[in-house]
Design a protein around this ligand. Structure first.
Ligand code: F6R
Length: 241
């Protein structure tokens, strides 16, 4: 895996955002895997700015988001669907029918998982998958576990994740379950870009880059993917040798 270190989250947003825009300009029917959270916001800002300048179009792009909370209406302002609408989709020309999310309220999670896998396959697979990383090493919502999971599944979020994300919930308690693409679905992306910024990610990054491959640190599996680049600010890189 390639590890690149930059001065700030903003610069990483420009570099990664440019990579996405260049890819879409070369392949207008691109299939992109997207993440939510604080980390990708500078990337999404850059992409929205480039779109506003007329430098890129997403009219033929298809997207698949990594995960969604369970037991939360899709339109709730803290759903990952709302996050993506607010931070990116409402600012670019992507077609609503090309935006894909796992349904956190699906009654039959296995059927929902199959539906998502088939849709990704029908779209030709994910060209570029964007990832953040949890303080505990999660990618998507694949929490530390005793095994790597293949396709999408329902997961009970760990205390660490609930603590990190509940700051965004001020009206209702944060859901404790989510549906997430599995490790297998993430690993099938042709190219993976992981961004980590801030000191709170430093230990997870050290474990990922220098530690062993183990489902106790889900991001460590990325060592087995042929095309992964990790973008770090100095704080997230601070524990690396
Ligand atoms: C979000 C996701 C998570 C986040 C991770 C980091 O779709 O899949 O893995 O990337 O929890 O979140 P932030 O960026 O808020 O620190």
């Amino acid at each position: 895996m390639n590890v690149l270190i930059y001065d700030s989250a903003e610069v990483i947003g420009q570099v990664v955002g440019k990579l996405f825009c260049d890819h879409v300009n070369n392949a207008p029917k691109a299939c992109l895997g997207l993440a939510t959270g604080v980390t990708p916001i500078p990337t999404y800002n850059y992409i929205a700015e480039e779109y506003a300048k007329g430098k890129v179009s997403f009219s033929n792009v298809t997207t698949f988001n990594l995960d969604e909370y369970c037991d939360l209406p899709r339109e709730h302002r803290n759903s990952f669907y709302s996050f993506m609408m607010d931070n990116l989709f409402s600012k670019i020309d992507i077609k609503p029918e090309n935006i894909n999310f796992l349904d956190g309220n699906a009654a039959d999670v296995e059927a929902e998982s199959r539906r998502y896998a088939q849709k990704i396959e029908a779209a030709g697979g994910i060209d570029i998958q964007l990832l953040g990383i949890g303080r505990n090493g999660h990618i998507g919502f694949n929490e530390p576990s005793d095994k790597f999971t293949d396709e999408a599944f329902k997961v009970k979020l760990t205390d660490s994740t609930i603590e990190a994300n509940s700051v965004f919930f001020d009206d209702i308690p944060m859901p404790h379950f989510a549906i997430t693409m599995g490790i297998g679905s993430i690993m099938r992306a042709k190219k993976i870009l992981l961004i980590a910024t801030g000191e709170s990610k430093a230990q997870a990054i050290k474990n990922t880059v220098e530690g062993e491959v183990t489902p106790q640190n889900p991001a460590s599996i990325l060592n087995q993917h042929p095309d992964v680049t990790i973008y770090l600010d100095r704080a997230a890189a601070s524990l690396l040798k």
